[in-house]
Design a binder for this molecule. Sequence first.
Ligand code: 2P0
Length: 325
Amino acid sequence: MKATAKAHTNIALIKYWGKRDESLILPMNNSLSLTLDGFHTTTTVEFQEGLEKDTFSLNSVGAEGVELERVSVFLDLIRSQYDIGPIHAQVQSTNTVPTAAGFASSASGFAALAAAATRALGLELDDTELSRLTRQGSGSACRSVYGGFVEWQMGERADGMDSYAVQVAPANYWDVRMAGVVLSDKMKKVSSREGMKRTVDTSPFYNAWVDSIAPDLAGIKDGIREQNFEKVGEIAEANCLKMHATTLGAVPPFTYWLDSTMAVMQTVRSMRDAGVPAYFTIDAGPNVKVLYLPENEEAVHTTLRNIPGVADVILSRTGQGITYL
Ligand code: 2P0
């Protein structure tokens, strides 16, 4: 009744932005991500007879309130979906995603939790079923079941049975890298859940966003297959800009960007003008992630670190999918 699993976080190159079903977590569009080896969560789940409730500790600190609630609600989902009965669990997680880095820890967190909990219960889920289950903890987490380049297929069914991720190319297919640029100035943020909902409900740009996904996805998959870095980078950067443009049309309008976010974006464009291919992407927060090739690592690292307002730059390679320890 005990198992340990490790999952890496992922960063979307084609963004998931908006749900068609809030409770099942079904998206409005397909998304495509890169799993990163630098950021992972390791989770041990032990089910025990006689526990009155689930417990959760993160980096050895006992969690209460909303954090514990999200873990326990997800375990409830597993207990009910697989007819487990009222047995509770002790959950212990270690996160190497630096909390200040603005890298989504919910992706690696829910992927590791789903894998460890189902393994502890002796359920033999294949990757598709594990991804489908993980999706219901946090949408982007369903992509962390796999390493390398991963596509979350939105599916069409109302019950979500066809909404899960598949691998597009494994981690060792292509050595591309990503730098996480951590900004010192943190803005109080609109959560991604709230931000995407407000955008779907109110932004006149939202339909244009959805319409732009199919060509972006087809193009980036060609680019990955061909290992055409410029093609992949250009599409990813443009897709990110379109996602963020939808937030400006929302009511009330909002943006995740700070001055320093735009300074990093501008520096990445200047690097390209100077002959270093590098492309940015930004999630539901001010920090910037920069895609680059191994031969440019030193130049990219040095340039990014020297931008005013940058607190840290964390480099990462492509990462693997779920592993059991
Ligand atoms: C993504 N983001 O594709 C997009 C891009 C943020 C911007 O997935 O409500 O934490 O748990 O499904 O997955 C962040 O949203 O949201 C996210 P829920 P999630 O990575």
